[in-house]
Design a protein around this ligand. Sequence first.
Ligand SMILES: C[S@@+](CC[C@H](N)C(=O)[O-])C[C@H]1O[C@@H](n2cnc3c(N)ncnc32)[C@H](O)[C@@H]1O
Length: 309
Amino acid sequence: MKESHIPVLANEWLSFLPEDSLKIYVDGTLGAGGHALCVLENHPEIERFIGIDQDTNALEIAKEKIIKWSDKVTFVHRNFSEINQVLEELGIEKVDGILLDLGVSSMQLDVGERGFSFQQTGPLDMRMNRENELSAEIIVNTWSEEELGRIFRDYGEEWQWRRAARKLVQERSQRKIVTTKDLVEVLSPVLKSRKVGIHPVTKVFQALRICVNSELEVLQQVLPQAINCLNPRGVLGVITFHSLEDRIVKNFFRHEASNKQDTSGLSGLFLEKPSTVTLLNKKPITATDEEIELNPRSRSAKLRVVEKK
Ligand SMILES: C[S@@+](CC[C@H](N)C(=O)[O-])C[C@H]1O[C@@H](n2cnc3c(N)ncnc32)[C@H](O)[C@@H]1O
């Protein structure tokens, strides 16, 4: 296995799976099939394994990786935000385990042509699903300065969002910005990095990618559906790679685990509601030093797991 394809927090995720009642399992972010392989190898009792990815390349690679189990695997080219519909179409009502390992894969980052990485030259694309229309090139060349500023601030948490947006709008009045290299050349001279070793355009690239793929919106859409389609004692695990994603998952899981309705504004009153899940870890699980050394991408990973009541 190539080092960059090592699944993140795989042993930790395996430790949360029920011993022998895992019959139907969904991997919502199949990627290179790394987690899928671990789960299938460790849980021969699985009868149906549904592997979803919105990237057809990922599905092809995963198919090879888990070919040994192809009899029980259904590969699905969809957004995980359509999980309810996918299961309905397959005639499946409830499942016993779901994993979402968010973001882009190292495979996607490593291929310059996909446009995800400032370290590779390629078109400003960044679409995980290449059937979608919106690309980073469209955003960078046509969105207003205000809209660009908003996404750099909200999706990149970039403190120099105003400066980055202004510079882009100035520059594109002279020439179209079409490659990752163009974008790096335009922004590098005007942005500063607060952390040694972090490239100044890192956050702008993150913001564009999140925006192109509506990453925060689809995460918000999938979480309630995922809880809803779990059997009692079924588990949902989510691996996040930045604080915007982790905050959404943390708040949603806390809300589902609580039996109190959010009553902000009702001065002290609270309403009861059913608690639907148990938090299996109060604090997110992070990678060990050994894993980080083997796979630096795991440094920012956080795993949160809930069990359906
Ligand atoms: C971090 S990688 C997953 C790696 C995988 N767990 C493995 O071990 O090889 C994320 C994958 O999820 C896919 N993905 C991200 N968001 C998605 C979404 N909303 N719907 C479907 N697939 C998504 C990406 O295309 C990518 O292949």
